[in-house]
Design a protein around this ligand. Structure first.
Ligand SMILES: Cc1cc2nc3c(=O)[nH]c(=O)nc-3n(C[C@H](O)[C@H](O)[C@H](O)COP(=O)(O)OP(=O)(O)OC[C@H]3O[C@@H](n4cnc5c(N)ncnc54)[C@H](O)[C@@H]3O)c2cc1C
Length: 401
């Protein structure tokens, strides 16, 4: 069996890539593999609207079911690609079926970093990345009164707030002085901790769990690095994510923090492309390689790289917007997000030259914080959609699609 385009992964970037391909090529055969049970869906509501009841399961799908048929896309769910031959352009799934292709797009996303603790394989220790994780947690809610989050990632922060709003008691344990320590400056990080406390969430900073002990009767104990013990019912781990580069590595594609691509989304070997969370791409406005985990980026990058697979030849110049929401607070940023960089209060202020301050107010969520960024480099030319003239660290362009 042979397809013109094979897409490995069934997330947001995959869904957008189909549109990108079809914007250039109406008929080329497309096959999408996803190891999940569901057609591509949005993950962002899994920590927010799905708990508030303002979105339902059927609202999560990126495209309606009929989209795949009408766009002539064959979809294989519950199939994991386990091997690729980058020389002969063949890949194999976990049932041993093989497919040949002209172009393969790797949109395998991220996986949560595991908790390194004794007893961490306990069923009470959970991770939260997929719809199945949401369904499992949601179904157990009636029996759960106390949840502990471990780690300072945005999923932990969002879920802590959401579960507290659902009336659960929540303890947050994070290793630094505040969550999202790498990107939030101290002032903003401590304001976030205050906000979480105002919701009556217990916060424990500078700590982590080093041992998990099942007590029975639905109770689990976590022993902390500092020697304290905490009884809870669920330990939700969010210590950030890592790009799923295993396949790419095995196929001898260049990898670093993610799968390394050029500004068109091409990998280091002809016929291979990558996009979304898994791709480390040249962030042209910053003049450096970056990997961005964010929904908006996954969609824009997926579309752009999909179109390039079909011959568009368009460099990715978009400035990805990163955002997350905690209760009524929404945090946003573009460019290089780092705690040591300036942060602007986005509440109605004008954008200083060289800074990228995002517009304030939303009807419900107050945009409390707006991060900016490597201002001098992003500069006045960094408006969305423009192609900044900066030094480019990109790969050779000798295998265009
Ligand atoms: C709970 C949650 C909340 C979020 N909230 C926000 C938010 O508020 N704002 C924001 O900007 N971003 C948010 N994000 C991040 C955003 O959802 C991701 O950036 C986006 O989903 C990335 O899309 P992707 O297609 O690159 O990867 P993914 O969505 O991770 O999709 C990758 C897919 O590939 C599949 N796969 C992997 N390997 C294989 C293989 N070998 N074979 C077959 N299939 C494979 C995976 O199972 C998965 O379905 C959130 C993420 C999560 C998990």
């Amino acid at each position: 069996m042979h397809y013109r385009y094979v897409i490995v992964g069934g997330g947001l970037a995959a869904a957008a890539a189909i549109e990108g391909i079809r914007s250039q090529d109406a008929d080329g055969s497309i096959l999408l593999f996803s190891r999940e049970n569901h057609l591509p869906y949005r993950r962002t509501p899994l920590t927010k609207e799905m708990w508030a009841g303002s979105m339902k399961l059927e609202d999560l799908a990126v495209h309606p079911e009929g989209f795949y048929e009408s766009h002539k896309v064959d979809v294989r769910l519950r199939r994991e690609i386990v091997e690729m031959d980058s020389e002969h352009k063949i890949l194999w799934d976990d049932r041993g079926d093989s497919v040949g292709f002209d172009h393969a797009l790797l949109v395998t996303g991220c996986r949560p970093r595991r908790l390194q603790a004794q007893g961490a394989d306990s069923p009470s220790v959970r991770y939260f990345r997929a719809l199945e994780d949401f369904l499992a947690l949601e179904q157990s809610m009636d029996h759960i009164q106390h949840v502990t989050t471990v780690g300072g990632g945005f999923v932990a922060v969002e879920l802590a707030a959401t579960l507290r709003e659902r009336g659960k008691e929540v303890t947050m344990i994070f290793p630094e002085e505040w969550p999202l320590h790498r990107i939030l400056p101290r002032e903003l990080g401590l304001a976030l901790v205050d906000y979480l406390r105002s919701m009556e969430i217990e916060t424990v900073s500078g700590e982590t769990i080093v041992e998990v002990i099942e007590e029975g009767n639905g109770i689990v104990r976590g022993r902390t690095y500092g020697g304290n013990t905490l009884a809870t019912q669920v330990i939700l781990v969010d210590q950030g994510s890592e790009a799923q580069v295993d396949l790419a590595e095995a196929a001898n594609l260049d990898t670093d923090d993610g799968i390394v691509v050029d500004e068109y989304g091409r990998c280091s070997r002809p016929g291979f492309w990558a996009a979304g969370d898994v791709a480390e791409f040249p962030y042209l406005a910053l003049g450096q390689l970056e990997r961005v985990e964010g929904a908006e980026h996954a969609e824009k990058h997926g579309f752009c790289v999909g179109a390039n697979m079909a011959g568009a030849g368009t460099p990715y110049t978009h400035l990805p917007l990163k955002w997350f929401r905690v209760g009524e607070q929404q945090f946003e940023g573009v460019g290089e997000l780092h705690a040591r960089l300036d942060t602007e209060d986005g509440l109605g202020g004008r954008r200083p030259r060289g800074h990228r301050v995002l517009p304030a107010r939303r009807r419900r969520a107050r945009r409390a914080a707006v991060q900016r960024v490597r201002a001098a480099r992003v500069g006045a030319r960094a408006d969305r959609g423009s192609a900044p003239d900066v030094a480019r660290r990109t790969r050779g362009a000798d295998h265009a699609g």
